[in-house]
Ligand binder design. Sequence first.
Ligand code: GLY
Length: 317
Amino acid sequence: MNLQVQPKVIIHGGAGSSLHGKGGLESVRRSLYPVVEAVYSLLLSGAAASEAVLLGCQMLEDDPRFNAGTGSVLQSDGQIRMSASFMDGTSGRFSGVINISRVKNPIELVHFLQSSPDRVLSDYGAAELARELQVPLFNALTDLRLKEWMQERQDNFKSTMAGVVAEPELVESSNAGRGTIGVVVLDSFGGLAVGTSTGGKGFERIGRVSDSAMPAGNYATSHAAVSCTGIGEDIIDECLAAKIVVRVTDGMFLKDAMQRSFTEASKNQRDLGAIALDASGAISWGKTSEVLLAAYHDGTSIGDTLEWNNGDLVGCA
Ligand code: GLY
């Protein structure tokens, strides 16, 4: 196939406090790389950005290690409620579901909503849509997440959030973190798209709304696309994804837009991370948290940010 543009992809599986040693990092790497490879191959075959984002998000939601879809964290009442959103930079359309339960892949509903006149649905409406589409009922609960919640219940919910990834060591130590998944792609026609999906912070109040289903956490235009991870309230306060994308759309280079936005977030003592692509193919990421679990394909090879800890707020590939 004669590609017009070199496709690019960057994905994340959350951000937070450091994982437990090299074993943790290596297993996250083993989870992220096959997703990058699958999404990149699909893009090379000429797939549209939206199709590639859907595939990447489905794969990450299906991996019980990450806090989205299967393996989502439990909220304070012991229930799983998931949120996800999708934005196509070419059509400029945002769609989302907020606090949906008992489906395997929230991103599939969000993808469907791209062509609906009502594009963001919350709990009851999202469940009604799943029923109309005959989406099978699915229990996203894993033993590790249940154990994590039971331990928190014993400790009277002292932690303010659950582990960034599901690791037995995290359950034992109740180490706080922040999980979400996200996929950003540039397709071979120059189209950008982004998807983000989460189980939330974990142990939160019923009805709490995540940034992952808002333009603060997931945003794209034809110039740039960004997916965020970290503490939702911090991401919303910075309006991070939309802020970075609008800066690039107004003419700033992606690296400069990331640098300015992360400098502001750091000054405001936010705990968050983001991955980004622009229409020229520039790849960037940033974090104020300890680790960012991201991996990318730059058109030549795969790389990741798992051990990226040089003190900078922003990196580029
Ligand atoms: N960033 C995911 C959440 O806080 O819900």
